[in-house]
Design a protein around this ligand. Sequence first.
Ligand code: GN1
Ligand code: MG
Length: 344
Amino acid sequence: MLSSVLQEYGFVEKNVSAIPFGTGLINHTWKVITDEKAYILQRINDAVFKNPPDIAHNIRLLADHLAKHHPDYLFVSPVMATNGNDMVFIPGEGYFRLFPFIKGSHTVDAVHTAVQAYEAARQFGRFTKNIAGIRIEDCKTTIPGFHDLTLRHHQFDDALKIGNKARISGLNEVIRIVSAHTDILDVYEKIKTDPAFRLRIMHHDTKISNVLFDENNKGLCVIDLDTIMPGYFISDAGDMLRTYLSAANEEESDFDKMEVREDVYRAIWQGYMEEMQDELSDTEKKHFFYAGLFMVYMQALRFLTDYLNDDMYYGEKYPGHNLVRAKNQLALLVKLREKKKMWC
Ligand code: GN1
Ligand code: MG
C-alpha cells in the first residue's frame, strides 16, 4: 500500500523506508526516509474528515497568505506529488500527504517545564496572529461542529438513549459528575451570541506534540494542520490548558496523578498573550481560564459518548479505555475548577 503512495511522489522503492510515527488517534503517520531526506507521511482518516480536499484547500490558503505577508514564518506545507497535487488518492486506501521533515527539529510528547509551555503557547498565538488577515469565509470547516459543545452535549444525550445498554447501566456516578458541570455549557451558549467573541481561523489541536522545537528548545512552528477551521480562541487556549497543565496525560488511569500546575498555567497565558494581546477582546481574555474548563469538559463528553457508542470513533486499546479516559478528564476538570479563585 505505502509503496504505491510513495511512487506518486517519485520515490524509488529500494531507496526508501517508512516507519510508523507519533501517537495521534485519528490519522496514520509514518516517517519516510530516503537517501537524501526525511519526510512525514500521513493517511487522512476520511471517516472523520469527510472531505479531505477541504484540508488541502485550507493549507494552501494559509500557505499563500503567509508567503505573502509573513515570508519569514516557517509553515510546513505538503510536498507536491509528481502530478502537481497536494494530496495523493489511492482508491481503496484513501488520501495521503507528505510533509518535509524539518531538519534539526524535534517534538516533545509531554510538558515537563513551564518554559516548554511558554514556547508552545507562543507558537500557537503567533500562528493565529499571522493568519488573522485571511477572510474567515474563505476557510473551510473540515469537521462540522468539531468544537461545538452544544452538539457534543446532544451527542452525549443521544448516546445515553440509544447507546450500549450494558455500558450505560454502570454509569450513574459518572453521569452525576457530568451533570454537575453543565454550567460550562451555559457559558458556551452565551459565547456563541456574544459579539465580543470573534470567529477566527484556529488550529484546534494544540497539544505540545504539534509544536516543532529547534536544537535550543525554542519553538519553531506548529504542525498537524487538518483541524484548521473557523472557531473560537477558547479551542486553542483550552486544549493547551487541557493537555499541558498536568504532567500525567489523558491516558493516565491513576487519576490521583492528574494535577494542575500553576507555573505552567502562567506560562501558557504569557506565551499566548505575547502574540495575541492585541487580537483578543477584554471579554475573550477574561475567558482564558474558562477555555480550560470548556475543553476538558468537552473531551470528557467525547470520550464518554464514544464509550457508550462502542468506541466507534476513537477505538480502544484495552477494554473500557474510553471510560478511563473520560474519568481521567473529569478528575482533571474537578482539579482545575478548584483553582479558579486562586488563579483568576
Ligand atoms: C484526536 O488524532 P489526535 O490525537 O491528533 C482528536 C482531538 C482530541 C484528541 C484526544 C480529529 O486528536 O480532537 O482532542 O484525539 N482529533 C480529532 O487525544 O477528533
Ligand atoms: Mg491531531
